[in-house]
Design a protein around this ligand. Structure first.
Ligand code: ADP
Ligand code: ASP
Ligand code: MG
Length: 465
């Protein structure tokens, strides 16, 4: 058994889905379970519809949805020629549009979009795309069965960032998916969405379809978790920023986690956890180059030499520095800071401390003003907006004597405000201003990956499809 997850661009239109059908067909002997993201941009359109409705702009919300459904209708016109199959699918999609229309109406009346209601909008992206892919597979003679996550992906009730309940997911999947696989069928299901204890759809966080593939893979103890996307694998840097990144052949779970946590969008950070627990390799492939080798993420088996493998970055960070009032002792000072972060459900992306003050690097999406207000009791606060974390990831960075010297050469001209080194074996991260990110990442990439690059670890990108 394997899981195969296809991302938004991999299913964005009819030709893309036709490619997915060929890829699934080629892996059919390995008994795949297919996990599908919403078609590119669908999740944003659904979110916008919810927001427009909550502000009373009902027509605007509905128009956006109509355009989204038109994209799906065009896809099935091209992909699903069997008359009965086409009619059935069209009826299902039209039913979904009606449900969404009712949802828009309700939200427009209430003028309120709760996390639960937003999830009720979001889920349609994956519900629709997975239906289209299942029908396209059937059209090509593959015995695909559409599985609703409502029947197995049980989560808590934390809408927007729901956490799966692994034991229940495992039991349900064993009862539902295993018999299908045994009969040679190909289950096709949704990424991103689960179901709360009250039976409402609950999403697991933006970009979390990768995580879904890993949950399902771990629950069924598959041989491999495959993530099919629009790049050759995990690269030495974000290809949108760096002109000639290289593909990394192999990464450890820890390296992949650090990279994704510090902004490399190619994998959702949570993806690594279920895979790591059950020691299942994650393989990232390019949907447009199905024969390329991709990148493999697995447990570290030996002690390879220290190597810098990639540079990632995370924008929209805020640095908060706190200088304690004299009357507090150090441990009360720290207790207060952590109690404020806990109260607001916030985890600092990085921290740095000295005898004199503390510095927290927080995602700007957090309620910064409220946090600062609460911290104010304990000391003098300074807040620096529009900051970014840049992070070097690799094998035993902590032990690599050459890293710091080369890094400081590469970023000599960039003011660095906070630096964290040594907490993890595999990362070195620091903070620069938002406007310095592009140049900093490019210059680090030049220093570490463009002059000399070990072909045993890195590979030039394959050209063409
Ligand atoms: P999907 O829709 O398939 O889930 P995503 O857009 O979420 O795809 O992730 C793939 C994108 O991640 C790539 O198109 C690339 O722009 C971006 N990316 C950022 N950093 C990296 C990196 N280090 N390696 C590979 N891709 C990266
Ligand atoms: N469709 C969801 C999103 O855009 C989940 C995903 O694609 O991973 O966030
Ligand atoms: Mg993604």
């Amino acid at each position: 058994m394997i899981t195969m997850k296809f991302g938004g661009t991999s299913v964005q239109d009819a030709p893309a889905v036709a490619g997915v059908v060929d890829i699934v067909a080629a892996h059919k002997a390995r008994r795949p379970i297919v996990i599908i993201s919403a078609i590119a941009q669908a999740t944003n359109v659904l979110e916008q519809a919810g927001r427009s409705a909550s502000e009373g702009r009902e027509t605007e919300a509905y128009d956006g949805l109509l355009r989204l459904f038109d994209r799906h209708y065009r896809m099935i016109d091209e992909l699903v020629k069997d008359r009965q199959r086409h009619l059935n699918l069209r009826r299902i999609l039209e039913g979904s549009l009606e449900e969404l229309r009712a949802l828009v109406k309700g939200v427009a009346i209430l003028r309120e979009l709760t996390p639960r209601t937003l999830d009720a909008f979001y889920c349609y992206g994956e519900l629709l795309s997975s239906r289209v892919v299942a029908a396209a597979l059937q059209e090509h003679g593959i015995d695909a069965v559409w599985l609703d996550t409502k029947d197995f992906m049980l989560t808590d009730g934390n809408y927007g960032r729901a956490i799966p309940m692994m034991q229940s997911v495992r039991e349900r999947l064993e009862a539902l998916a295993v018999p299908l696989l045994a009969e040679g069928k190909v289950p096709v299901t949704q990424g991103f969405i689960g179901v709360s204890p009250t039976g409402h759809r609950a999403t697991m966080g933006r970009e979390s379809s990768d995580f879904s593939a890993s949950i399902i893979g771990a629950a069924l103890r598959v041989e491999e978790i495959q993530i099919w996307t629009d790049v050759d694998g995990v690269l030495t840097a974000d290809p949108r920023l760096v002109a000639s990144p290289r593909k990394i052949r192999e990464l450890t779970f820890e390296e992949a986690f650090e990279l994704s946590y510090f902004g490399a969008k190619v994998l959702h950070p949570s993806t690594m956890l279920p895979a790591l627990e059950h020691d299942i390799a994650i393989h990232i492939f390019n949907t447009r180059k199905p024969h390329a080798t991709g990148s493999r993420v697995s447990a570290a088996r030996s002690s390879p030499p220290a190597t810098v493998k990639s540079v990632a970055y995370k924008r929209d960070m805020v640095v908060v520095t706190i200088t304690p009032l004299k009357r507090y002792s150090q441990y009360i000072f720290w207790e207060h800071i952590y109690s404020v972060l806990t109260k607001h459900g916030v985890v600092a992306g990085m921290t740095a401390t000295s005898e004199y003050s503390a510095s927290l690097v927080l995602d700007a999406k957090n309620p910064i003003d409220a946090i600062v207000l609460d911290l104010d009791e304990i000391g003098t606060i300074n807040v620096f907006y529009d900051q970014a974390i840049v992070c070097l990831v690799g094998t035993d960075i902590r032990g690599a004597s050459y890293v710091l010297g080369r890094l400081f050469t590469a970023v000599a001209a960039v003011p660095i405000t906070t630096i964290s080194f040594g907490a993890s074996r595999s990362n070195l991260s620091f903070v620069v201003s938002g406007s310095a990110v592009d140049d900093t990442v490019r210059s680090i990439h030049r220093e570490f990956f463009e002059v000399a690059c070990d072909d045993a670890i890195f590979e030039p990108l394959v050209s063409g499809s």
